[in-house]
Design a binder for this molecule. Sequence first.
Ligand SMILES: *Cc1c(COP(=O)(O)O)cnc(C)c1O
Length: 395
Amino acid sequence: MEKLIYLDNAATTKTAPEVVEAMLPYFTEKFGNPSSVYSFASGNKDVITKQRELIAETLGAKANEIYFTAGGSESDNWALKATAEAYQDKGNHIITTKIEHHAILHTAEYLENRGFEVTYLDVDENGSVKLDELRAAIRPTTILISVMFANNEIGTIEPIREIGKIAREHGILFHTDAVQAFGQVPIHVDECCIDMLSASGHKLNGPKGIGFLYIRKGVKIRSFIHGGAQERKRRAGTENVPGIVGLGAAVSRAVRTMEERAAKETELRDYLIGRVMKEIPYTKLNGHGEKRLPNNANFSFRFIEGESLLIKLDMKGICGSSGSACTSGSLDPSHVLLAIGLPHEIAHGSLRLTLNEEITKEDVDYVADSLKEIVAELRSMSPLYEDFIKAEKKA
Ligand SMILES: *Cc1c(COP(=O)(O)O)cnc(C)c1O
């Protein structure tokens, strides 16, 4: 295949060359175990501390509030399970939303099977949490509110500051899955009253299999992996030193480039959305008009199957997603698209395109042209579309 236009950056991103370069020595000459006493290895402890400081600073947090994990899923699991266990004397109720990543939803189900009660909040047609419904869901037994910072499918950025404030007023812990937002939009844990925050390296041009959980000082949280004394005895296991160094490099790169990258991606995203909405009839833009991630576009094309669209796009060298990578292979439409009120048949014809800073206007034009052609071709084979057009003509 000659051309490759990668528009699936919400699934994973390319590890930046400067990140790989920073990691390499920690596989070879600097391979020592950070817990060893000799200076050859113990230097790696300082290197880890440096990454912790760097990451904490971007969030307005303290270094000892950052705990390294093996990625977003682990951080989400840890935040929910450990809070549930540590605060069960206070209550057994957890509030989250219907549009969370499965790392949250399936963990919440796991807790439900163990006697916890979970409220899954509805969202409005843009995918935003409704604050009055959140307030109404709070009970004396509520111990945790977990709402994602930005949605991985439709890109909607949630009213995190307001949600944090409500949680704080009620003395309830607030966790946010910021895997999609961290590195794309500025986040300050104090301004948003965030008590715990999940992030992952591979969504911000860092390596896979590394992430962190921010845990505010004072939050009672049990150790997640038992063993050695790593991560303040809360997450045992020899540190993934190359991964941690890569995560640190990716975070500093993300922070350094954020403003310029967001401006560039927003412009191209809006250009793509503009062309698609204008040139392809019977199309809906999913997600919030303004409060959305700079790189996210999500469309529903009536009368077609998202899967067929993906295959045809692939033949043109374009990588997209029809829901989230985790659910493709299953025939159920995305839970996020259903939660914003799309009927099944429309949710099935959905496409998520997530940009990166390497995408050019020429790429976007090629994608828009290809989409126009493929959607028309698929519709021409659809009996539903044929009936619809006939009925339209009569009316
Ligand atoms: C990708 C993703 C995760 C999972 O992160 P991993 O590092 O792949 O485990 C969790 N939440 C959201 C919102 C994501 O987009």
